[in-house]
Ligand binder design. Sequence first.
Ligand code: FPP
Length: 246
Amino acid sequence: MASSVVLGSSPLPRHIGIIMDGNGRWAQRKNLLRTQGHLEGLKNAKKIVKAASDLHIPFLTLYVFSTENWKRTAEEVGFIMGLVKQHLKAELDFYRENRIRIRHAGDPEGLPRDIVRELEEACEDTRSFEGLQVILALNYGGRDAIVRAVRRRLASLEKEPLEKRVPEKITEEGIRGGLDNPDIPDPDLIIRTGGEYRTSNFLLWEGAYAEYYFSEVLWPDWTEGDLHSALAAYQERERRFGGRKP
Ligand code: FPP
């Protein structure tokens, strides 16, 4: 169904991050297994990716699986990993047709080898596409990303002569340069569905000045119209980045 929300003329976000929450509750409310909720969540992710692509949004980061999600049952974890693998295999044509580039954020160490292979292939196959860039946050944690970024920076400093390895070399720019995708601009808008009001370790560094938008709607029910409402709300925000209005 077409959305009735009219977007204003103010700029849309260049980069949107989404915490796709509520799959489990969606399933519970329908007396279904949690895994069924994830299946519907995946179908919905594809719809929202297409909607973002149609709006010419340049970057969309989806929080697929966090470094904390390993605490879930082996069955649920295995199911989500299987879904991701299946999705990357089955939907390459969808990404190709829409010129969408797939990227990964998160630690590949700790992910099953077959998932890493599938991710690498999908990233490689879509590398040249100039449309929407979809960043799949998988085995992703904001704190973990910062720790790995600092380690990368330290590793690069180790190549310098001893007298140049001073603490002042650890700068914001240096840490940013060590993130998984340092070329991607910070998110302008972070959306969380499912009625919870927390960041859950998502884009901690990059989200320093993001606008947050919380929706009560559970992820499998979150529509293109809901995305438009989030964007319309974003267009109303006044962003000052810690400064004052001129
Ligand atoms: C949270 O719901 C959602 C997740 C843990 C992510 C699962 C996401 C997908 C299956 C979509 C993947 C998309 C792509 C494009 C690969 P929850 O289980 O925490 O819900 P609850 O809070 O209601 O229990």
